[in-house]
Design a protein around this ligand. Structure first.
Ligand SMILES: Cc1cc2nc3c(=O)[nH]c(=O)nc-3n(C[C@H](O)[C@H](O)[C@H](O)COP(=O)(O)OP(=O)(O)OC[C@H]3O[C@@H](n4cnc5c(N)ncnc54)[C@H](O)[C@@H]3O)c2cc1C
Ligand code: SF4
Length: 340
């Protein structure tokens, strides 16, 4: 690891006092950034430690929204969401991620901004456009079983690894930020990430000096919620594919649906075309299959990950079917299918 200096923030507003932001990184739980620094993939000269920013550990609730501080741990957020029927999908997604120890340490802001798990990104002996722009992409002709099939480019096919961000996408959460000038803004999670295109090293719309302060989830009438994650092991493994779904049925018609996919996209994937196709139509297995086919139409495998296309189609159709059946048996149901 290269030498670096450290500043601590005790309040987001103190960011303005930091001055120059060149070669700086925010350190939250450190479960991703510290690894990247050890491998010299990230070599910041300056670290802004967020661990003393106490007010960012709060979760606030009003009649209209939940506001989750950036430093709320994945464990605390999962426990909070577990007790709210309208956040069930978030609790399921968080509890499917990593391990208890990691979730105790990992934060809401850090989880959203964690980097890809592409093997070649972590191997500094290999070409990687994300790590070193213009060097090439070892994954294209390499071992690409875990890589993305949606939103890829000829420069990068890395998948986004977060489970939580997939649920946040389905729930249409907003990220609140502040920068070193004190400017604040609110960005829908659905617009936070950038497709790799020919600049895969630029992953989000955030500026380098922009700090995530909180994530806001609107309160609205929600339905049956599921997060289904398919992975190589039942614990301690990233998603091969995952589906977050919130579905409301009225008189056999899909009145509302939010759908997002994990493991298959270069960003948490909002399945907007599939949602639009199904909304206000009578529920049937051919409807879900057509909707998911439509969403997956642009999907392209790179060889080792071709299996993800039929796998996500089957998983999504299964999740939707299950939610529909549950709503039929329990009209007006809100929350997880199986109370744990
Ligand atoms: C072995 C292992 C298994 C894992 N399995 C899973 C899994 O199954 N599913 C899953 O979703 N995740 C998994 N993870 C990833 C884990 O969830 C992330 O490492 C964690 O959420 C990152 O949060 P953090 O607070 O530690 O972030 P850090 O490592 O501190 O930071 C990550 C990035 O976010 C930036 N950042 C942090 N906070 C802010 C902020 N407030 N504003 C702006 N930038 C910020 C940092 O500068 C850095 O670039 C796994 C990790 C490991 C090591
Ligand atoms: S897929 Fe992206 S992260 Fe992986 S080697 Fe290629 S450019 Fe790098």
């Amino acid at each position: 690891m290269r030498p670096f200096s450290v500043n601590s923030l005790t309040d987001g507003k103190q960011l303005a006092d930091i001055g120059t932001f060149e070669s700086s990184r925010f350190l939250a739980g450190g479960t991703n950034l510290v690894d990247l620094m050890k491998h010299q993939i990230e070599t910041p000269q300056h670290i802004i430690d967020l661990s003393r920013w106490d007010s960012a550990n709060n979760i606030d609730e009003t009649d209209d929204y939940y506001q989750i501080g950036a430093m709320v741990s994945n464990t605390d957020l999962a426990n909070f969401a577990y007790q709210r029927k309208d956040l069930s999908v978030l609790s399921q997604a968080l509890l499917s991620g990593a391990t208890v120890q990691l979730r105790n340490r990992a934060t809401t802001g850090g989880n959203l901004l964690q980097r890809t798990r592409c093997y070649y990104f972590y191997d500094t002996n290999q070409p990687c456009n994300k790590r070193e722009p213009g060097s090439g992409c070892a994954a294209l002709d390499g071992f690409n079983r875990i890589h993305a099939v949606l939103g890829t480019s000829e420069h990068c096919i890395a998948s986004h690894p977060s489970d939580m961000a997939v649920a946040m996408t389905a729930l249409d959460a907003q990220v609140k930020t502040i920068n070193t000038k004190g400017d604040t803004r609110s960005i829908p999670v659905r617009e936070l990430y950038q497709l790799p295109g020919d600049t895969p090293h630029i992953e989000t719309v955030l500026a380098e000096d922009e700090l995530i302060v909180a994530v806001k989830i609107p309160k609205k009438k929600r339905g049956t919620q599921t997060y289904r994650k398919v992975r190589d092991r039942s614990s301690y493994a990233f998603a091969l594919v995952s589906v977050a779904c919130d579905l409301t049925l009225k008189d056999g018609v899909i009145a509302d649906i939010s759908l997002a996919f994990g493991g298959v996209g270069t960003q948490p994937w909002h399945a907007a075309s599939a949602e639009d196709f199904m909304r206000n139509k009578t529920a049937s297995s051919s409807l879900y299959e057509q909707a998911v086919d439509l969403e997956l139409n642009p999907a392209r495998g790179a060889g080792g990950n071709d299996f993800k296309i039929p796998l996500i189609k089957r998983t999504a159709a299964f999740v939707i079917q299950q939610a529909v059946e549950h709503q039929m048996a329990n009209p007006g149901h809100q929350g997880a299918i199986h109370a744990r």
